[in-house]
Write a protein that binds this ligand. Sequence first.
Ligand code: DX5
Ligand code: ZN
Length: 226
Amino acid sequence: MSFDRSVKIAPSILSADFANFGAEIEAVEAQGADWIHVDVMDGHFVPNLTFGPPLCAAIRKHINTVMDVHLMISPVDPYIQAFADAGADVLTAHLEAGPHIHRTLQAIRGAGCKAGLALNPGTGIEDIEYLLDMVDLICVMTVNPGFGGQKFIHSQIEKVKKLRAMIGDRPIHIQIDGGITPETAPLMASAGADVLVAGSAVFKGGSVSNPAPYGENIRAIRAAVA
Ligand code: DX5
Ligand code: ZN
């Protein structure tokens, strides 16, 4: 995985057909997805349950781009090795998931993955200064995590601008997750984000047997930020 700041679109399979992940991933990649975003939820850190390492391992062979695993779980540390073994390229943990985020980020890199740090909408960036040299990606949540299809929270634009300045020349991706559409994507791209997660806005209107809308949806987001 090489680093660059070009805009990348990462469809979230939370909005795909859960009975058909392999084919959904292949379809969305064929339609222009840059990364595949995998939302892991534990029913404890967030009020929803999705899937764990075995599902990630099963879908890994269908991903030719980047497997971007967003852990909305607490605790994180006992599961890092299992998600690394499942083939995650990027493993993102929430700052709010426990008292020892520094240790968690060390463990993620130690397991051979790129380390991501996610921030809930209510979390400021004041406490991340001493983590910047340990992260490859910072995910700014633009909805409260737990569900797809929620409304974009505009206060996060300011956060991304401040974060972009704080990052300076460091090779750290800024990822945005939640409520991304052709209307909201440009606000975040101009604020400094480069990885745009989009679930409902990519998968709407399409299916494995009719994947063309996935491509139209991806191109609409790309055109809006160009
Ligand atoms: C929310 C997840 C998101 C979600 C985005 O908890 O982390 O990745 O799938 O979905 P949309 O794009 O529909 O807001
Ligand atoms: Zn996510």
